[in-house]
Design a protein around this ligand. Structure first.
Ligand SMILES: [Zn+2]
Length: 450
């Protein structure tokens, strides 16, 4: 007798090369049995006609904030993640994250979150106390202090270090290498929003490949679509493939949209961006405030950038075909890069995972369902080095049950938080978080430390 059984579903578990009609038993929060015959349990979920997969792992999100005074979270994006079938998300990306990652993870354990959460130690947060100017170098004596801060965060369970080099152009090679060496010493991953994009991305990717070579570090090139889907993707993927053939360990991630999104005050929107991307102001959409949903004129762009630089602005600029070849690349995990400011943002925060299946498996037929599930489970889990993304007996019973025929992303740029269809059940450690498409418990997630 199991605590919970999931009978009659199509179990898809790429980590263990499984895709067949099986019945799954859960005891004490872990997968206890996969059986060819139906099982009995205290709670029975009939998954007839549905797919049963490991809960999705999103290795690149921008996490909800912890209010340090109240010790509570302002939960917005985590609920979006859960509704998409994500059970583990990794925050602290692009060099931006909580200042005190240990306190954040402790608060996650105390409160319980909609999803399990792990963190990168975020470079910009480590750097700011020593060097407030993103465009200038840090003082010489600061690099050792930053390395010590990073070492402490990695010892406290952060999954690696993340850089937002595009946002902090003042990061010198010395600083970058010193911190990468610390992460490599912990055998943890170095993730980076590369130093440059579009016509300048090749040199920026070479910098990251050299980092991997010099430190024998595992390097993750973040949201490769928004870096190189402007005519450079084939060259960049060839460079990555050549580096991997030479023995380097390089990962990629990509979200399934042809528009990127970042703060309008960030370096991405510094003067020259129109020429860089070959666009006009009307390619830029404001996501929050009084111009929400509007395409820019120069006047609107200048006003919002000056008055509220934290506002997220979407650039409708990437080439579909290049996003497609990036997502189809065997080293590319699907990661949402979800980010919300005041509850507004890009639909990737609420649509990426269903969209991968809806668009890339069902419509475009660029991936098999098995491949898509691999890109959202075992590949991101192995990339980060966490013990998730598998339904092997003994694994945490983090599970998503979805209707392949009905699954669709309903979030769009006008309504970016619209929940998807077809995500029927989500379980964390065997407890039900989503039932028949509705959140019934958003406090089951715990901190993930490695
Ligand atoms: Zn980024």
């Amino acid at each position: 007798m199991f605590d919970t059984v999931i009978n009659n579903g199509l179990v898809i578990d790429p980590a263990n090369r499984i895709q067949s009609q099986l019945h799954l038993g859960i005891s004490r929060g872990a997968v206890a049995c996969l059986s060819a015959a139906p099982l009995s349990g205290a709670r029975v979920i009939d998954a007839a006609g549905l797919a049963v997969a490991p809960g999705f792992v999103d290795l690149h999100i921008h996490e909800d904030a912890l209010d340090e005074t109240t010790g509570k979270f302002d939960v917005k994006i985590f609920d979006c993640m859960l509704r998409m079938g994500v059970t583990t998300a990794i925050g602290g990306n692009c060099g931006i994250g909580p200042r005190d990652s240990a306190a954040y993870l402790a608060a996650a354990d105390r409160n319980g979150l909609p999803v399990n959460i792990g963190l990168f130690a975020a470079h910009s947060e480590i750097r700011t106390p020593y060097a407030a100017d993103n465009y200038g170098p840090a003082p010489d004596d600061a690099v050792g202090k930053m390395a010590a801060d990073l070492d402490a965060q990695l010892a406290a369970g952060c999954v690696g270090v993340s850089f937002g080099l595009r946002y902090v152009p003042g990061t010198t090679a010395k600083e970058l290498h010193a911190l990468a060496a610390v992460a490599a010493g912990h055998k943890k991953i170095v993730a980076a929003h590369a130093r440059d994009d579009a016509g300048y991305v090749v040199e920026a990717v070479k910098e990251l490949l050299a980092l991997a070579a010099d430190h024998k570090a595992k390097v993750q090139i973040s949201h490769i679509g928004s870096m190189a889907a402007f005519g450079q993707m084939e060259e960049v993927l060839a460079l990555v493939d050549a580096a991997c053939a030479a023995g380097l360990d390089i990962g990629l991630d990509c979200y399934p949209y042809n528009a990127f999104c970042t703060s309008i005050g960030s370096a991405t929107y510094d003067p020259g961006f129109l020429e860089r991307y070959g666009i006009g102001y009307d390619a830029i959409e404001i996501t929050g405030g009084k111009y929400r949903g509007q395409r820019c004129t120069q006047a609107i762009f200048d006003e919002v950038r000056a008055a509220s630089p934290e506002t997220l602005a979407v650039a409708h600029v990437m080439r579909d075909r290049e996003v497609d070849i990036a997502l189809a690349h065997p080293r590319a995990a699907m990661a949402s890069d979800g980010i919300l400011v005041d509850g507004y943002g890009h639909p990737r925060a609420a649509g990426s995972f269903p969209r991968l299946i809806n668009q890339y498996v069902k419509t475009k037929k660029l991936l098999t369902l098995h491949e898509a599930i691999a890109k959202t489970t075992v590949l991101p889990a192995e990339t980060i080095g966490i013990n998730k993304g598998s339904l092997a007996v003994g694994s945490d019973a983090d599970i998503v049950i979805f209707d392949y025929d009905r699954i669709s992303d309903n979030a769009d740029f006008a309504r970016p938080l619209t929940p998807p269809a077809g995500i029927e059940w989500v379980l964390l450690r065997g407890e039900i978080a989503v039932q028949k498409g509705e959140i019934v418990n958003n406090h089951l997630g715990k901190a993930v430390r490695i």
